[in-house]
Design a protein around this ligand. Sequence first.
Ligand code: PMV
Length: 344
Amino acid sequence: DLNKSGKVSAKSPSNIALVKYWGKTDPQIPTNPSISYTLTNSFTETTLSFEPKKADELEIRVFLDEVEKTDFVPKIKKFFQRIEEYAPYLEDYDFTLHTHNSFPHSSGIASSASGMSALSKCLIQMEEELGYKVKNRLQRSSFLSRLGSGSACRSVYPGLVTWGESEFIEGSSDLYAIPLEKDIDIHPVFKAFNDTILLIHEGTKSVSSTVGHQLMNNHPYAQLRFDEAKQNIKKLLEILKSGDLEAFGKLVEHEALSLHAMMMLSDPAFILMKPNTVSALDKLWAFRKETGLPLFFTLDAGANIHLLYPDEGKEKIEAFIQSNLLPLCQNEGIIYDRANFEAL
Ligand code: PMV
């Protein structure tokens, strides 16, 4: 029924990559596979209202926490244009989006993964309301999410998720993500994992991921980076099966530093860490050396730090975070999150 108006809602979490996606070709095809943890407490909730189109030009209005955001519109229009060949009904409607993030918008936490996956889930529901029979719902919402923001396609599944074709993972694809649990037996230590996010620097990132991905074209170290990431998928799979925490930390921290190294070696060059990022990493390494406790870090394309640690030893680790790392956060900004293994 194409003359229908309606309203649909969806919630979707953010995710943190362990093996990073950095570099892509058109249309959002990753230059290497990635693996992430889906998160629990960092999420976006979106309500999408649609009504039959009034004028030729597509109308989209976006409200973040009830405040209209005209600057969000171009990104969503671009997304809708990109998926129009897979969702041709889009051109017959006008849209209003109301969206809310569980984390502060200025926190420097990327909302694109949770935001684009929440919107894609809304579209799937809209399709069903219009009477389309959607087969393979999760795969389709991951596929659509990917075209909104690459990393968003991993947020559709709980737990450990992989995106990008890998010779080491059966069923892996450049077009959508798949949950890892289907292929491997994940060691219990990796099934109850904490991700505490230090908000070192509020405000927008100095490099958008769009620019960052672009800088991997003609980057002198790009091919080495892509090859290494492909091998790191194989290594991480072994680690996830064996439960080797030390090897996990080594690999995940190396991935984070490689991402930042790529930025430092690009033209133009970018340093995404702030002085307090470096201080915190210094303290973390000293703490680990002293105590032997399994506290590790990863970074996204910004100054914030994701602290990764299992439940065992959690009390001592969190006492250290409170007393030594929290003072390095802007306005004491911290998010206690964890890997999400529940059905979404
Ligand atoms: O999804 P994008 O285009 O915002 O890229 C995200 C890239 C990283 O967060 C740095 C790494 C990743 O795999 O999520």
